[in-house]
Design a protein around this ligand. Structure first.
Ligand SMILES: [Zn+2]
Length: 423
């Protein structure tokens, strides 16, 4: 019997303009057999963890409730900023609000329809927020879980290294698992490269290009597995994409410390005004006495030479965020189109804090609204997508989940995104 299934492949951080035949022959060849989306745009912030939740839910961060790579949680004293990548953050979020995400994930929606396997080699937070409540299987080096968050032993789930070799080992295990009998309906394979390599050196460097090649080799393996699934009668939708791009770091600004110096925040550790850095952007939470400083803080940011766009209160909706639970201001850092020493365009300033020092000047980072950090690639094949075609209309991360549900013939209610156009 024909079974409809879907595979989502994510090469973290892979810029659309680096999807070239000489760098990644497997992905480029795949684009020629599917529909390529040339104007795919990342979230705000263009950072992995909240983006992973958007891909998993089809909703903006303002709807699913995970604001960024770091986010503030309300306490009696004000707002405390947490690292969402920390494996313990799922529990912190649940303890604060009595829930994790505000909307269901694909793992929850597909639990009665064959289930989901998520194999991720990025941060624990980015893995766990695709299925924070334990409906499917999540495989990650920091700990793997089955339904009801049952811990999986090493005989059930691999523990791989956080590098290209780990990506390949995870890919091999994933391909084997997805081609067995009784494999889940949806499989998500999320690699750490090329993002890891882009953060570690200049964009366009040998290290960056090696990261692209490593991810491409994993995709080659996956395509062979999908061919096997199709040969056994499955109707497979295969989506290959990234979650954001990267740009070159120009310099660092500790916005929280500068607010203290400007008299707009009581101290570096005070909770009435809290800054959650997101690389090329930041989020500001206000509580108690801090709430009266909103307009003064916004004016400070607007006048800052290294801050880009500023979104206050309801205006945050224009970038997919929502005010509430203390979140009052969102801002991007300044960005430009200058090239680095390797001729790669796009540079950003980075927002930092003591615990988030940012990537070094000259290396890659992301998180803001720069043209390239917000331009990941996207290709869809199978599921009725017309082979060899191109879409130039804007698409978003939130459009992926409804596309998967359309292919599986399941309802896609309650999502902010729309299923991708097939022709
Ligand atoms: Zn990422």
């Amino acid at each position: 019997m024909t079974r409809r299934r879907a595979i989502l492949f994510v090469a973290d951080g892979h810029r659309d303009d680096f999807l070239r035949p000489e760098l990644c022959p497997n992905l480029s060849g795949f684009a020629a057999t599917g529909r390529r989306f040339h104007n795919h745009t990342g979230n705000f912030p263009s950072a992995t963890r909240a983006s992973a939740a958007s891909i998993a839910t089809g909703c903006w961060p303002g709807s699913h409730g995970l604001h960024g790579n770091t986010m503030g949680l309300p306490t009696d004293e004000g707002t405390v900023v947490h690292d969402v990548g920390d494996p313990a953050f799922v529990s912190s979020l649940r303890a604060t609000f009595g829930r994790t995400l505000k909307v269901p994930t694909l793992a929850e929606r597909l639990a009665p329809h064959g289930g989901v396997l998520i194999a991720s080699n990025v941060s624990p937070g980015a893995a766990y927020f695709q299925d924070p409540d334990g409906y499917g299987h999540v495989v990650h080096r920091a700990g793997s879980f089955g339904p009801d968050r049952r811990p999986l032993g090493e005989e059930e789930a691999p523990v791989v290294t956080h590098d290209a070799a780990g990506d390949m080992a995870l890919s091999a295990w994933f391909c084997d698992r997805m081609t067995r009998d009784a494999a889940p309906t949806l499989g998500v394979l999320w690699l750490c490269d090329p993002d890891l390599s882009m953060h570690a050196d200049a964009l366009g460097s040998a290290r960056h290009l090696a990261g692209i090649a490593a991810a491409d080799a994993c995709f080659g393996k996956l395509r062979a597995a999908v061919d096997a699934m199709r040969a056994s009668g499955d109707e497979v939708l295969l989506i290959a994409c990234s979650d954001h791009g990267q740009e070159t770091v120009i310099g660092h600004v500790a916005i929280g410390d500068e607010l203290v110096a400007a008299g707009l925040k009581d101290s570096p550790t005070s909770c009435e005004v809290a800054v959650a850095p997101q690389g090329g952007s930041g989020l500001i939470y206000l509580a108690g006495e801090g709430q009266a400083r909103r307009d003064a803080i916004a004016a400070f940011l607007v006048a800052h030479p290294h801050v880009g766009e500023v979104f206050i209160g309801r205006a945050m909706h224009t970038v997919g965020q929502a005010e509430g639970d203390g979140l009052a201001i969102a801002f991007s850092m300044a960005h430009d189109a200058h090239q680095n020493e390797n001729g790669v365009p796009g540079r950003i300033w980075v927002c930092t804090s003591d615990s988030k020092p940012g990537k070094p000047v000259g290396q890659g980072s992301h998180g803001g609204l720069g043209r390239w950090e917000r331009h990941p690639f996207l290709i869809a094949q199978g599921g009725g997508f017309v082979p060899g075609t191109h879409e130039f209309g804007r698409t978003r991360l939130i459009d992926i989940a409804p596309t998967i549900l359309r292919h599986l013939g399941l309802p896609r209610d309650g999502m902010d995104g729309l299923a991708l156009p097939r022709n």
